[in-house]
Design a binder for this molecule. Structure first.
Ligand code: FES
Length: 93
């Protein structure tokens, strides 16, 4: 079972392979905040610190939004990410 590490909260969370970060964060209290839940507000922006390949690939909708926000290369929208393997993230500032 993959581990989602949320460095901001010093939490290691066991997560079903393929589960959405947003679903886990509803039961585990983390600092990752969600707004629209649809890749349109940026509230859930995270930085991926380790193993970005273990998140579901970015779709066009997310890529377009991140480009508009001038996001860094290591930033993703947590509401759009599924966990495929061990990954470490933190809340973007
Ligand atoms: S919750 Fe709005 S972009 Fe993720």
């Amino acid at each position: 079972m993959p581990i989602l590490t949320v460095k901001t909260d010093k939490k290691n969370i066991n997560i079903e392979q393929g589960a959405a970060i947003i679903d886990v964060c509803e039961t585990e209290e983390t600092s990752i905040l969600f707004g629209c839940r649809d890749g349109a507000c940026g509230a859930c922006m995270i930085r991926v610190l380790e193993n970005p390949e273990n998140l579901s690939p970015m779709e066009e909708h997310e890529r377009d939004f991140l480009e508009t926000m001038a996001a860094r290369e290591d930033e993703r929208l947590a509401c759009q990410c599924k966990v495929l393997g061990d990954v470490t993230v933190e809340v973007s500032e």
